[in-house]
Write a protein that binds this ligand. Structure first.
Ligand code: IMP
Length: 424
């Protein structure tokens, strides 16, 4: 069977824990979009990791890890992560890197600083936007270029000439040389040269075997639906497709057969970076959620903005992802609140609406319309079955499932793998 794990909010839904759990059963685990902007928290045998480039399959020897062509890869980050996890496992990680995946070069980070998108969009400053832009502008460097050093140096020379023409006053841009950049790529990427190849072919073969032989293929999404380049809260989005709709293109397989689409929903909402956030709570309960939920960015260490669950935004995400089931995470963080609000509609310029506006300028004017549900006092960390949960928590989950028209498949009640309720 094939499964895809998708974020249903602005990222940081807790996908890392869920993919780590499901990767245990998988033969192949694929990351298909984004790059080191993602920071997936994984607790493996009691040790906490923040993964940025490798999929969660890396924690299970023998599981093949694929970095598909929809990704942008920073080889230095990949190398560091690979070595840390391999040392933890005391073994090797089986890796396949798409020859078409674009590489993040040091000048992509420089460009992000020169253009100021770190401040204006609140990006993760990992060079993501400039790397995807180079891909679209057809001046990118791809993993496959590493297999031909002359071709690589030639492409870098052309790219640098263009950059130096566009940024004549930048000393940092002037300091880059094609030879230096190529050396940097080879230094970091040498152990991966034999891993670069036809990732689409590997995935296609695995998908062909999946239904017949019971082999599990797991696709690990990054970021969340509301950060999608096309259907997110533009311009405060990332530069890739983060939804199920983008999977086929990102792996190079038309209409991939993915039986299980798991939408990961945090029991409340968080957002990092700039952009409108109708259900944000400033101070009070917001600060409490931030502290109790440990809401600090894994990649950047920035505090995450916190707010109530937003059904208008979630229904928009459900339309984009078509989940067959939901994984609700961090339910334990809501314990101790006497009441819990849930946003059921917006008021936009005097009118009630249940439509999620695609322009941030409109979202900025949306006032949330809330319903108030009962909270619960009890801690949930020890719950292992749905029936262990207090009634108010069960009702909260039932409401989410009914509104999104999708059953709850998993409930996470703590960061450790065992603090999970598997439904059905
Ligand atoms: P970029 O992806 O670094 O270009 O950042 C664009 C926006 O997406 C910023 O608001 C980031 O905070 C947000 N973003 C990117 N990756 C993640 C993630 O993994 N979790 C949460 N937000 C993210």
């Amino acid at each position: 069977m094939a499964t895809v794990i998708l974020g249903m909010q602005w990222g940081d839904e807790g996908k890392g824990k869920i993919t780590h759990l499901l990767a245990r059963e998988a033969a192949v685990v694929v990351r298909f979009s984004g790059g080191p902007n993602a920071g997936h928290t994984v607790i493996d045998r009691g040790v906490k990791f923040g993964t940025h480039q490798l999929p969660a399959g890396a924690f299970y020897p023998g599981v093949r890890c694929v970095l598909a062509s929809g990704m942008v890869i920073d080889l230095t980050v990949l190398r560091e992560e690979y070595e840390t996890i391999a040392a933890h496992l005391n073994g090797k990680i089986e890796l396949i890197i798409s020859e078409n995946a674009h590489l993040i070069l040091p000048y992509h980070r420089t460009l992000e600083e020169l253009e100021g998108s770190g401040a204006s969009i609140g990006t993760t400053r990992r060079g993501i936007g400039p790397a995807y832009r180079d891909k679209a502008a057809r001046v990118g460097i791809r993993a496959g270029d590493l297999l031909d050093p002359d071709r690589l140096r030639e492409k870098l020379t052309r790219r640098l000439a263009l950059l130096q023409r566009l940024w004549p006053a930048s000393e940092e841009i002037a300091s880059f040389s094609a030879a230096g950049l190529a050396d940097g790529l080879f230094d970091a990427g040498r152990p991966f040269l034999t891993s670069i190849g036809d990732a689409a072919g590997v995935i296609r073969a695995a998908l062909r075997r999946a239904p017949a032989g019971g082999e599990e293929v797991l696709f690990e999404g990054a970021q969340g639906a509301l950060l999608d380049l096309d259907f997110g809260t533009y311009p405060y989005v990332t530069s890739s497709t983060t939804t199920f709709a983008g999977l086929g293109q990102a792996i190079g397989i038309p209409n991939p057969r993915v039986e299980r689409r798991l939408g990961v929903v945090k029991a409340y909402t968080t957002r990092v970076g700039q952009g409108s956030f109708p259900t944000e709570i400033t101070g009070g309960i917001g600060a409490r959620l931030q502290e109790k939920g440990g809401e600090v960015g894994v990649t950047t260490g920035r505090p995450r903005r916190c707010g109530w669950l937003d059904l208008v935004a979630l229904k928009h995400a459900a339309r984009l992802n078509g989940p067959t089931g939901l994984a609700v995470t961090k339910l334990d963080v809501l314990s101790g609140l006497p009441e819990i609000k849930i946003c059921v509609a917006y008021r936009l310029r005097g009118e009630r609406t249940e439509r999620f506006p695609l322009a941030d300028e409109d979202l900025a004017h949306c006032q949330p319309i809330y319903e108030t549900l009962s909270g619960w006092e009890e801690g949930l960390e020890a719950a292992r079955r749905q029936s262990d949960l207090p009634r108010a928590a069960r009702e909260y989950l039932e409401r989410i499932a009914a509104e999104l028209d999708s059953p709850i498949s998993l409930i996470s009640v703590g960061p450790a793998p065992e603090e999970t309720i598997v439904v059905g």
